[in-house]
Design a protein around this ligand. Sequence first.
Ligand code: SER
Length: 585
Amino acid sequence: MENTNLKDLYINFFVSKGHVQIPSAPVVPENDPSVLFNTAGMQPLIPYLMGQKHPYGTRLCDYQKCIRTNDLDEIGDGTHHTFFEMLGNWSLGDYFKQEAITWSFEFLTTVLNIPVEKLAVTVFAGNDLIPKDTEAIELWKKLGIKEERIAQTVEDNFWIAGDTGPCGSDSEMFYWRSNEPVPDKFDPEDDRWVEIWNDVFMQFEKHEDGTITELPKKNVDTGMGVERTTAILEGKTDNYASSIWKPIISLIEEISDLPYEGNEKSMRIIADHIRTAVFILADNAGIKPSNTDQGYILRRLIRRAIRHAKKLNIDVNSDWDQRIANKLIDMYGDYYQEVKENKQVVLEGLSNEKVKFNRTLEKGLKEFEKIVSNLNGDLLDKDLAFKLYDTYGFPIELTVELALEKGIKVDEEGFKQKFKEHQEKSRAGSEQKFKGGLAGNSEVETKYHTATHLLNAALKVIVDKNIHQRGSNITVERMRFDFNCDHKLTDEEKQKVEDLVNEWIKEGLDVTVTEMSKEEAIASGAECMFIEKYPDIVTVYTIGDVSKELCGGPHVKNTSELGHFKIKKEEASSAGVRRIKAILE
Ligand code: SER
């Protein structure tokens, strides 16, 4: 199949099966401090898989932007990407295995026209806690998948994001990607069979003590990677040779005046890293390159792309990055509004970081050569690696990569330790964040959600009625709230805001939730961030008569549950955006 627009085919199909298309959530999770980025399509839906009512209904589908950066070193081969899109359809207590499997089969065989002979599936084999999935086996057989094409596993057929949370057995679909004849018997270990889709039957919740309980409702969560599936359907073993990447790779060929063949690694890295950087910069969270958290990932991606551009003899001071970013914005702008809207932010963000890094890159490379020529043995120690980072802005993987090209190893562990110590020093009293696992909607976090609405309302009363939320992030230790404001808050303003929130807490205001149409919500003056992104029917949380906001929740029932509100810090977040960190004590 040539030029498959998999996203459109997928969404149209599931809409025809009664699903509502929901917009992709931002790449930077709004209220989940346990991860830097959304890593799976289901992640933004966790509260709903856990039982909360979703404003769009019980059958949903989408394409979700995901970013995974745990293994930057892998990028450069033909199959890894830091940013990717994941297609998904969900049942929130609506249909279950029968419809999920039947529709998966129908989509693969009648929309994508994959011959059934090229398909195979895995199902859950059963363990002490959950029995073998005989229902899935029977369903696949009835649809025409032969018994020898149905493999059973335990480990690979149970899906959970992290250590705790919603989970369940799953059934994975595989496609025969080879010109050799398809073997009768399916062997999931044979890598000519590639996984293209996963149907998870999410009916359990795993707790911290390892126990598993039933969720209030049985859900379906499915995931299909756009890049991988498109490449497979187009008969490519190199994802970057598919129609998705072709325009970018061709542009890099044009800019560098070099062919893809023989320069694959650098071209893939440039294409991949710049694409991810575009999506991070475009996100409304307002991330900029920095030395911490998402900002540091962004910095590393851009800097590594610059280094590889240099390797291809591209003039790194030219507008090569802007041209690639512009092309990506054209390609993705119609699918993701923020990419189009924040075009200038993206272009400037890239350009600023490029200018900054180019100032030290040349000197850093010279220093690296010096280090290498003075090296005794083949290990670059942690202090030298740290010097390259601290003085020349070389992210560790850049140093590792440069060293590898010379057959030298780097004491990465030692560097990481030193880096951590350095960060801890410069971030005294740093919050304990990113503890792993998915953030639940714990009691504390729920309180912070409600406090966030109160703070938003108080800022409007005390500072400026035109203040609106620009971002929010909640951990069990604190809340962070970004809002538009053209000045640093005065001490008096901060005190007044704090006092007003505490007054509202003392008043014991009821928090109520109502569903209404989007139009009604707007007419009622409800606060919302991006109205066009909401479904027709929305949930609105009202706190006494002080706040009314479109929101997915969860919230406390009464403000008296919140305790004492205290602003810890007020600072600039980005141009025209201020940030408040506050706690409940
Ligand atoms: N959660 C599953 C996955 O990420 C299916 O969406 O593969």
